[in-house]
Write a protein that binds this ligand. Structure first.
Ligand code: IPE
Ligand code: IPE
Ligand code: MG
Length: 226
């Protein structure tokens, strides 16, 4: 597979459709989440190969806490196990692993694991892989505004959880839904959006490449005239 013609600096993905993928197969929703982890692995591998610098994923929204406890627990357990399992690969590929979101809502065990993996990959210089967990765009703006006011500052960016990370050039959402679902509200001001009907567990390297091809055809003007 040839690399895409244009490589954006930051690609972010709203991974959606795991539940529907499982239902289509007469399986429990968690089965879809398990298969979704394989898609994350495939997309991270492709991003590393193509030299993408930042790749982020919406893994769990603040609103997702409202799902049945068994699904929430299953997802938390899956995230914990998956990040542990991927650590050697992260280290081998120079991947810096970062988790952003309302970390105060996560279990002590998950937080300890996240801290450990972030520390062990902090020197990664190839791809920065970001997982947004317990994240809400409105929450991010609010916590940033509070901290900015406390510090007497007048620019918000340094206080958003994404401080230091370039805004996404491309946002991909799978499963046919065409909404932001309270994801990166501030940071997507000039992001290009690609929506695909593919359910997240079916989204692999080929589908990722297609989304990047669509991005390559866009004319980004940032309000100016070319
Ligand atoms: C995305 O898949 C994963 C999370 C939101 C955690 P869903 O679980 O939302 O799957 P659908 O949208 O119900 O098919
Ligand atoms: C958005 O998907 C959140 C994540 C992918 C983590 P949802 O499935 O929760 O969003 P809605 O409910 O369809 O808007
Ligand atoms: Mg969904």
């Amino acid at each position: 597979m040839n690399p895409p013609q244009v490589i954006p600096t930051h690609v972010t993905i709203i991974m959606d459709g795991n539940g529907r993928w499982a239902r289509e197969r007469g399986k429990d929703r968690i089965y879809g989440h398990f298969e979704g982890v394989e898609s994350v692995r495939a997309v991270v591998e492709a991003a590393t190969e193509w030299g993408i610098r930042y790749l982020s994923f919406f893994a769990f929204s603040e609103e997702n806490w409202g799902r049945p406890a068994a699904e929430v627990e299953g997802l938390m357990q899956l995230m914990l196990e998956s990040m542990r399992k991927e650590l050697p690969t992260f280290r081998a590929h120079g991947t810096r692993f970062v988790v952003l979101g309302n970390r105060g809502r996560l279990s002590a065990k998950l937080n300890a694991t996240i801290d450990d993996i972030m520390a062990q990959t902090a020197d990664g210089e190839a791809l920065t892989m970001i997982l947004f967990i317990s994240y809400s765009g409105k929450w991010d703006i609010l916590q940033a505004a509070r901290r900015m006011a406390e510090a007497g500052g007048d620019t918000l960016e340094p206080y958003l959880v994404t401080a230091g990370i370039p805004d996404p050039d491309l946002l991909i959402r799978t499963s046919g839904e065409k909404r932001l679902s309270n994801y990166l509200l501030w940071q997507t001001a000039y992001t290009e959006f690609v929506f695909t009907d593919t359910l997240w567990p079916d989204f692999r390297k080929e589908q990722f490449r297609s989304a990047l091809e669509e991005y390559a055809s866009r004319d980004r003007r940032f309000g100016k005239i070319k």
